[in-house]
Design a protein around this ligand. Sequence first.
Ligand SMILES: Cc1ncc(C[n+]2csc(CCOP(=O)(O)OP(=O)(O)O)c2C)c(N)n1
Length: 285
Amino acid sequence: MGKTDDFRELKIKAISLRRNILKMLQKAGSGHTGGSLSIVEILVDLYYRKMNIGPEIFESKKRDKFVLSKGHGCPALYAVLADLGFFPEEDLWELRQLGSKLQGHPQLGLPGLEISSGSLGQGLSVAMGMALADRMDGVDARVYCLMGDGETNEGQVWEAAMTAAHYNLDNLCGIIDFNKLQIDGMCCEVKDMGAYKHKWESFGWHAVEVDGHDLEALDKAFEDVEKVKGRPQVVIAHTVKGKGISFIENKVEWHGIAPKEDELEKALAELDEQEKALDAERKGE
Ligand SMILES: Cc1ncc(C[n+]2csc(CCOP(=O)(O)OP(=O)(O)O)c2C)c(N)n1
């Protein structure tokens, strides 16, 4: 599937990516289910519409760059990269195995990957450096950096935020997977970030809030922020941890566990139902 304007096709893509995420996690027997499922639509809009990216352009400086700062959500990124042809889909079933290119946190060496990540709080600094380098090289490309909301408790995020604003990096776009949960509870209980959008604005960023599962709204948000001049931008995407699977959604215990075989079956049945509903909607038009 190339770049498309058909949002229904993108919704079906999101369902099929969720299938692979769950299958690879079940096969691995461990991993981060909730925070992988919450970022699917964000990745779909970036990789299948917004970004100038793909195996054919990956060696070019002109490619748009994506940094998965919340590295533990990598099953979602792996599913996308395999689907785009960066590596064979069979590799997905080797997630977290010794010697596999697909580690539990992204490791350089995997085709399509910009940075190793997983130690939270560092990605925005790297993305900021990439954006600065692109500007110094006169490269017309954008750098996107996806962070978790819990992740932004890390002080380094705010050092990078200040630096990006200082250099007026309008080719840099942060995205927050604002699912309100983190490893051991609700973000607001672990460390309340207060007026979150205002925080980013006060650090000199252009900030917008959007439903992070509404592909059309996400697409418009990314389109709009791209027009902002002289300031980095952040898209605060309101999401649901575990999105798409009823018994995983909003359950903190699903942060770092994988589905068992029977749970996978139930989850896949729910995804089949979602696809049928989309089909029925189309036929009813
Ligand atoms: C520097 C660092 N400290 C702690 C961890 C352990 N850890 C892994 S995921 C996580 C919670 C992150 O929460 P959030 O960013 O909201 O991710 P999400 O809920 O979307 O999975 C933590 C603390 C880590 N990976 N890196």
